[in-house]
Write a protein that binds this ligand. Sequence first.
Ligand code: IPE
Ligand code: IPE
Ligand code: MG
Length: 253
Amino acid sequence: MTAKPTVFSELPTDLNRDRLPQHVAVIMDGNGRWAQRRGLPRIMGHRRGVDALKDLLRCCRDWGVGALTAYAFSTENWGRPLEEVDFLMTLFERILRQELREMMAEGVRIRFVGNLQALPPSLQLEIERSMQETANNQGIEFTVATNYGGRQEIMQACRAIAMQIQQGHIQPEDIDEALFEQHLYTRGIADPDLLIRTSGEMRISNFLLWQVAYAEIYVTETFWPDFDRAEFHQALSNYQQRDRRFGKLKAKS
Ligand code: IPE
Ligand code: IPE
Ligand code: MG
């Protein structure tokens, strides 16, 4: 029997269940460097990256984090060599097909955010299928940002709102944060509490620009394929030491 290390299958005892982030977002960076360090082609890093993401999703379920959003492909990533882009598109499609059954069994509700119409048609089909089939699941809310750009998301929201004004449905004064959010890809998903970036880069890279306004940011030097439960434990523990003030003053204890 291959016993799972029990210490990681449940919420580590030093973490406070009541102070877990409800929603964790991850910028899964460093796949290419992970592979290159091993003398492997970059695509091997992407492959291993999928395993890391699958385990993080299970870990969120095991530990009681209700929502996970992962940055899989940015609007800028099209600028990479065609070979790598093609590999990624095929990988996304294959993984979706392979994992749908397990996602159903686990009650995962998957959702994709980004400019999906520009993805290869066969990938769009798998995306549609997975979103439809899992739509009524009650487990973890899993969002995958694919062909996603924060600026592009904000821009298309502006366009949609402008159209509504042009058609006389709303007035400019009706625009407020709540209405604006209705036009973002992430409509209906609460903002992330914790944003994790791997591989040491201290930047947002066009991810969830609107939504991370008050997210706590955690950066680890670890490359994404090596991001495991011990790493997630560290990120959560660090998060629990933060004082989230939201512009106000520290609550008196
Ligand atoms: C992140 O890893 C995955 C994607 C952007 C698709 P990278 O491919 O950016 O890996 P590095 O940053 O070059 O090491
Ligand atoms: C961000 O990583 C995008 C994803 C993880 C999908 P990048 O590797 O594309 O970002 P930069 O180029 O380091 O900013
Ligand atoms: Mg990168």
